[in-house]
Design a protein around this ligand. Structure first.
Ligand code: ARG
Length: 459
């Protein structure tokens, strides 16, 4: 391949070798080859329809581009750093293959609108894959929540036992968070799905192009309304990255729970061996590496969001070479988010809940103390007084290492004569969770209703 630059007309001296490597992006932007070729095919199709190219030229271009795509996919394509980026590599290969018609492809466009289009197309495809994995994870959660609708474990605030809850209800909390993440990603797609092509370098083009037609060919909702905006802003990438950061934050918190639950001290779940690794020195170890790694990856996704925000903050209109730096953070975010979702969706069915251990833990820590206070309120005691009475009963339980449900009726009546034999209905774990029977509550009945509603609204 000739090493003559496609833009070398006005240059007298060759590019410094290090500058050439320093400014090149082909090593990372070549992953957009499919989108670049799809964009070029749509552009050539439009140019021919507008009689800017003739039909033979169009056909030669499309045919050549398809062959190049095959070559890339068969690993027969030679990428060249001298040709700087994915766009010029493909264009140069096209001209080498089909001759002069190849040189006409760039009529009425620039790499500035070309790259802005390619990234949107790439992100649009990636978003779909991410949403598919996210939905798979949500379905896995629904299945586990359904199986554990009646399983009781302690609910925590401040990581101290608060009130008994059902495991199904706890899992559905994660489902809801992930559902909002899916909503944010879909929302981001709708703002992103506008087509930059036709903006050319920044001001538009003198050729009689039909942008609506090209947009339709590429599945965009519409052309971008302003040419300067079209080539310069990367807000869609930032919006995606911020939705990705939130989603990773959720996965990280969930991972933390899985790590804690699977510890010997909690023992609420076991995680199948295929999601854990051992230690090279401590033979007894089975480490929850997968959730730990997801927790760790959250940091780099946050970092990429800040890279992109900072990349844009001081750029004047319109395109600047700074924008080439949008790709690596974006690609790394996509890869790690997709990978984390995939492994998470596979990991959920690999969780075995340890119902006994959860129940034993719920029996400790006076999880039904609030139920006793509510009981006294129903018998006519003001809540603050009820709180005080139960506090005294708990103090005795702490001293004697006994749960409230393990005290006799007489002992309990010693704290308040309002207490009757029916108190044991509410001091049990089952009674406690069943009583929270309203939308959003932890009662098994409500958990099943919530799962049913969730199944209905999932695509
Ligand atoms: N590789 C460049 C990028 O990623 C393509 C656009 C370059 N345009 C230019 N006028 N230098 O942004």
């Amino acid at each position: 391949m000739s090493d003559k630059k496609l833009w070398s007309g006005r240059f007298n001296e060759p590019t410094d070798a290090f500058v050439e490597a320093f400014t090149a992006s082909v090593d990372f932007d070549r992953r957009m080859y499919r989108q670049d070729i799809a964009g070029s095919i749509a552009h050539a199709t439009m140019l021919a329809r507008q009689a800017i190219l003739d039909e033979d030229e169009r056909d030669a271009i499309i045919d050549g581009l398809q062959q190049i795509r095959d070559d890339i996919e068969q690993d027969r394509f030679e990428w060249s750093v001298e040709l700087e980026d994915v766009h010029m590599n493909i264009e140069a290969a096209l001209t080498q293959r089909i001759g002069d018609a190849g040189k006409k492809l760039h009529t009425g466009r620039s790499r500035n609108d070309q790259v802005a289009t390619d990234i949107r197309l790439y992100l649009r495809d990636a978003l779909q894959e991410i949403l598919d994995e996210l939905r798979r994870l949500q379905y896995a959660l629904l299945d586990l929540a359904e199986a554990e609708a009646e399983t009781i474990l302690p609910g925590f605030t401040h990581l101290q036992t608060a009130q008994p809850i059902t495991f199904g209800h706890h899992l559905m909390a994660w489902f809801e968070m992930l559902d909002r993440d899916a909503e944010r990603l879909s929302d981001c797609r709708s703002r992103m799905n506008r087509m930059p092509l036709g903006a050319a370098a920044l001001a538009g083009t003198t050729f009689p192009i039909d942008r609506e037609y090209t947009a339709e060919l590429l599945g965009f909702d519409a052309p971008c309304a302003n040419s300067l905006d079209a080539v310069s802003d990367r807000d869609f990438a930032i919006e995606f990255s911020s939705a990705a950061a939130l989603l990773m934050m959720h996965l990280s918190r969930f991972s933390e729970e899985i790590v804690v639950w699977s510890s010997a001290q909690f023992g609420f779940i076991t995680l199948s061996d295929s999601f854990c690794t051992g230690s090279s020195i401590m033979p007894q170890k089975k480490n929850p590496d997968v959730p730990e790694l997801i927790r760790g990856k959250t940091g780099r996704v946050y970092g990429h969001l800040f890279s992109l925000l900072t990349l844009m903050k001081a750029q004047p209109l319109a395109y600047n070479k700074d924008n080439q730096e949008d790709k690596e953070p974006l690609f790394d975010t996509i890869d790690n988010l997709k990978g984390s979702l995939k492994v998470f969706a596979d990991m959920i069915p690999a969780i075995t809940p340890q119902r006994e251990a959860m129940r034993d833990a719920a029996m400790k820590g006076f999880a039904t103390a609030t139920d006793l206070a509510d009981y006294l309120v129903r018998k006519g005691l003001p809540f603050r007084d009820a709180h005080e009475v139960v506090g005294k009963a708990v103090a005795l339980g702490v001293e004697q290492k006994r749960d409230l449900s393990e005290m006799s009726l007489d002992e309990l009546r010693g704290f308040s004569p309002l207490i009757g034999a029916d108190v044991f209905d509410i001091l049990t774990l089952e009674g406690s969770v069943a009583a929270r029977d309203h939308i959003g509550g932890t009662a098994p009945h409500q958990v099943r209703l919530a799962i049913g509603r969730a199944r209905q609204r999932l695509p």
